[in-house]
Design a protein around this ligand. Structure first.
Ligand SMILES: Cc1ncc(COP(=O)(O)O)c(C=O)c1O
Length: 372
């Protein structure tokens, strides 16, 4: 007899992992919204220095990183949760807040891990469709809040659609949500978002709303995706206490912590990356719109586009891969007939734009579209 697993396992979606990491150096990796800039040598060195002490568990207070974030954002260290990537904190939040009979509200399509929170806890997920511009419909989300709601998630800018809502709009929603509902503002890409002003702007909301949590990561602009470090800033201490209670104590390795502390010291580099990524993104958006494609108004380091009706999404993704470019198909992310493309280096962006133009031309000419 095979092992009998929990029934909820069958309801848990399998995270749509990007294929292609084994394809070799000649593929433009534009599928996972990472940063195309390698970590600075000082950051690599900080991580390397910890390896000689790898026989010891990491300091479970994670004080250096907690202190560095507290100093940067003017938040008491006790209100800062850390994690093995921000995903780790997200999943812990689900464990700490949700249970059968509880509800969580989020937009869809949004970050694919949100779906896992309901399935893992047997809470009810309310998925609120995005508006016509593929932005969060915060009004519609507010009307879905009930006495059973425990968690409301706003992905800003939204993965996969790249769009952002203003903090005034977010505050409009916060005013309508009862204070016992935890609101997580997932700001994995906030450094790139001109709509938000700067990375301090949403901290004003934390001072007013103790039920708010800002979820952030070192995986994107800080370029540390493979080391796995994320953090959450809470409007009160209770969120940090709860997520720490449901997890194993050693959730952040020493190398990741040291690299994150060092990376925070190089804000000039963060600004340089943001400026470069936004300039490249605008160029790429122009090229794609010139092909007649609908491109969402991006506020992130990636682009979301709708494909023409005549072509099949999977064929486009395959044709791009044949031309050495890896992107994400919309279906895996919640919407059929779309692509999500991470802004890469100038060479990668040019390669993608040329490959897409050629792929669309050949697929349209061959009329391979199957019926939907
Ligand atoms: C919106 C959003 N939130 C959270 C994450 C998780 O990032 P990490 O676990 O690498 O910090 C991602 C990763 O792609 C994301 O897109």
């Amino acid at each position: 007899m095979p092992i009998e697993f929990a029934a909820r396992l069958r309801r848990m979606p399998v995270y749509p992992l990007a294929a292609g990491y084994d394809l070799g150096a000649d593929v433009a990796m534009m599928a996972s919204n990472e940063c195309c800039f390698a970590p600075l040598p000082e950051v690599v060195e900080a991580a390397r220095r910890t390896l000689g002490g790898a026989h010891r568990y990491p300091d479970p207070s994670y004080f250096p990183l907690r202190r560095a974030l507290a100093d940067r954002y003017g938040i008491p260290p006790g209100r800062i949760a850390l994690g093995n990537g921000s995903c780790d904190i997200l999943l812990a939040a689900g464990q700490a807040l949700l249970e059968p009979g509880a509800e969580l509200v989020y937009a869809w399509p949004a970050f694919s891990v949100y779906r896992q929170l309901a399935a893992a806890s047997e809470a009810r997920a309310i998925e609120v469709p995005l508006d016509d511009e593929d932005r969060h419909d915060l009004d519609a989300m507010a009307t879905e809040v009930t006495v059973a709601t425990r968690l409301l998630l706003i992905c800003n800018p939204n993965n996969p659609t790249s769009t952002a809502v203003s903090l005034e709009e977010v505050e409009g929603l916060l005013r309508r949500v009862p204070s016992h509902v935890c609101v997580i503002l997932d700001e994995a890409y906030c450094e790139f978002a001109l709509t938000l002003g700067d990375t301090y702007a949403s901290l004003d909301l934390l001072r007013k709303y103790p039920n708010l949590v800002l979820l952030r990561t070192f995986s994107k602009v800080y370029g540390l995706a493979s080391l796995r470090a994320g953090y959450a800033l809470g409007g009160a201490e209770d969120f940090r206490v709860a997520v720490d209670q449901v997890r194993q104590p050693f959730y952040l390795n020493a190398a990741a912590q040291a690299a994150a502390v060092e990376a925070l010291r190089h804000q000039d580099e963060v600004e340089r990356r943001v400026t470069e990524a936004i300039a490249s993104r605008l160029d790429l958006e122009d090229r794609l719109r010139a092909l007649g494609l609908w491109v969402a108004r991006s506020d992130a380091n990636f682009i979301w586009l709708h494909l023409p009706e005549e072509v099949e999404e999977a064929d486009v993704v395959a044709a791009l891969l044949e031309r050495g470019v890896l992107v994400r198909a919309g279906t895996a992310l919640g919407r059929e007939g779309a692509l999500r493309v991470t802004v890469g280096t100038d060479d990668e962006n040019a390669r993608f734009a040329e490959a897409l133009e050629a792929s669309l031309a050949s697929l349209t000419a061959s009329g391979t579209k199957r019926g939907r």
